[in-house]
Design a protein around this ligand. Structure first.
Ligand SMILES: NCCCC[C@H](NC(=O)[C@@H](N)CCCCN)C(=O)O
Length: 462
């Protein structure tokens, strides 16, 4: 008896790669909005009289609801309960609503630069304009993380048993073009037009992302009609009982800690790197974000290369250690006050790009070696939750410390004085995080030896 293998839409190369491109486009728009104001700190200080604490509050708000309202757990449950199609549309709408609120605050449509509000948790006095800009970004942060989890699940659905590692790598690479674009060109656009217009342009991309998700849903519905039985059998749904098993696993905690320490030295760097370039390396305001933009740009090429080295040769734990060592060198160089040459900054961001390719290329594919497949969905949601503590806390801490160690500088800048921030004390935060990342990576290698997770073994059996 012959078993005819049923062909589905995902067996068509064209269909599954089309699905991937559409999904990736929305993530591209999401990553774009995440970094839209990153290169604009000097412009915001000059034109909107904001200080570093204001900038820190707004940029850190990304993780606020994700961390304190447990939104990553909630969206994990929503994705599980209502599925991919519901989650694509709701996550895109949340991104647009958050983006629109942030735009409206910058435009002066909600909140005011003259009315103030006290935030007791961090003892900050903010204008209501800054408060609403942060509130919008907090809403957006929920949407983009929700979209990220949904897209990961959708990619797995289309590429399971096919080019899944390549597809996931491509998806992250396309998304990272979204970090690159505003970092490289945002300041020039904001100086040509203004800060609110720059934000509005990216809100339009978010709306296009929603349109893309609608189109994806048509494909997803067709696929579901073909794989109803199979689709119900996937084991990556969010469960509280799984969380209990996961949090009892020390290897998992080491990955989650590495994730928070590591990403806290990179994503917050996107926020303050441009300002560091202006204040320490003398780069012009228009091109503040250009050197930092080389970080996501380089990772687009290098992450898939390091990923395939891990696939074929193994050495996952060692790759993570190497990445952490590079991070110490990079942030050490940014910390040292006498290194102020743009050439040094250039080579340093290249090194950061290599580190930012090494660690994620080994870290994300290592999770399935530590956590059983049926708990993977919950594990990723939990790791993202831990990671968001850093995405919230570090930009805020950096902004506050920068203001405290540079009294009067923001006011002087707003008054038009040519004065620079001294970033040295503030950068200690990044140096400490890199050391913690290295210690965690070393402990992970030790734990791998003890438990035999196989982190040093190839992913593809030869
Ligand atoms: N399969 C997991 C891929 C994760 C990619 C990773 N994204 C994140 O960590 C997000 N939680 C945060 C995205 C922040 C947006 N700039 C990545 O390396 O981008």
């Amino acid at each position: 008896m012959t078993n005819a293998i049923k062909q589905t839409l995902r067996d068509s190369k064209k269909a599954r790669w089309t699905a991937l491109v559409i999904l990736s486009f929305t993530m591209f728009a999401g990553y774009m909005f995440t970094e839209v104001i990153s290169p604009l700190k000097p412009i915001m200080e000059r034109t909107l009289a904001m200080n570093s604490s204001d900038f820190g509050f707004i940029t850190s708000a990304y993780g606020l609801f994700n961390v304190f309202l447990m939104m990553l757990v909630i969206v994990g449950i929503l994705l599980d309960k209502f599925g991919i199609r519901f989650s694509t549309i709701s996550s895109a709408l949340i991104m647009i609503i958050g983006g629109a609120i942030k735009f409206a605050a910058f435009k002066g449509l909600i909140g005011s630069p003259d009315a103030t509000i006290h935030i007791p948790l961090v003892d900050l006095d903010l204008t209501t304009q800054v408060f609403w800009a942060g509130f919008g970004f907090a809403v957006f942060g929920v949407g983009v993380e929700y979209a990220g989890i949904t897209v990961s699940k959708a990619v797995a659905k289309w590429f399971k048993g096919k080019e899944i590692a390549l597809a996931m790598g491509m998806q992250v690479a396309i998304a990272r073009v979204g970090s690159f674009a505003p970092l490289a060109f945002g300041a020039k656009i904001a100086n040509t037009y203004d800060v609110p217009t720059t934000i509005l342009i990216v809100v339009v991309f978010l709306i296009l992302g929603l349109v893309g998700f609608f189109y994806y849903n048509i494909m997803d519905r067709k696929l579901d009609a073909e794989i109803v039985v199979e689709d119900g059998a996937h084991g990556d749904d969010f469960k509280f009982s799984d969380l209990l098993v996961i949090v009892g696993n020390w290897g998992f905690w080491l990955i989650a800690l590495l994730c928070v320490f590591f990403y806290s030295t990179v994503f917050p760097f996107y926020k303050y790197g441009p300002d560091l370039m202006v204040n320490k390396f003398g780069v012009s305001e228009d091109w503040a974000g250009f050197l930092p933009s080389l970080v996501p740009f380089g990772t687009m090429l290098l992450t898939p290369i390091f990923g395939s080295i891990y696939d074929k040769k193994g050495k996952g734990a060692s790759i993570m250690i190497l990445g952490a060592v590079l991070l110490i060198i990079v942030h050490g160089i940014f910390y040292l006050p006498f290194i102020t040459s743009v050439v040094a900054a250039f080579f340093n961001v290249i090194l950061l790009g290599i580190a930012f390719s090494l660690v994620p290329s080994a870290m994300w594919p290592s999770v399935p070696k530590i956590i059983p497949e049926r708990q993977l969905g919950s594990a990723y949601a939990f790791i993202f939750w831990v990671q968001n503590f850093g995405l919230w806390g570090i930009p805020l801490a950096v902004g506050i410390v920068l203001d405290k160690t540079n009294p009067g500088v923001a006011e002087a800048k707003a008054a038009g004085e040519a004065i620079n921030y001294d970033y040295q004390t503030t950068w200690t935060i990044f140096v400490v995080l890199t050391v913690l990342a290295l210690i965690t990576a070393l402990l992970l290698k030790l734990e791998d030896k003890r438990k035999g997770y196989g982190l040093e073994l190839p992913n593809i059996k030869q």
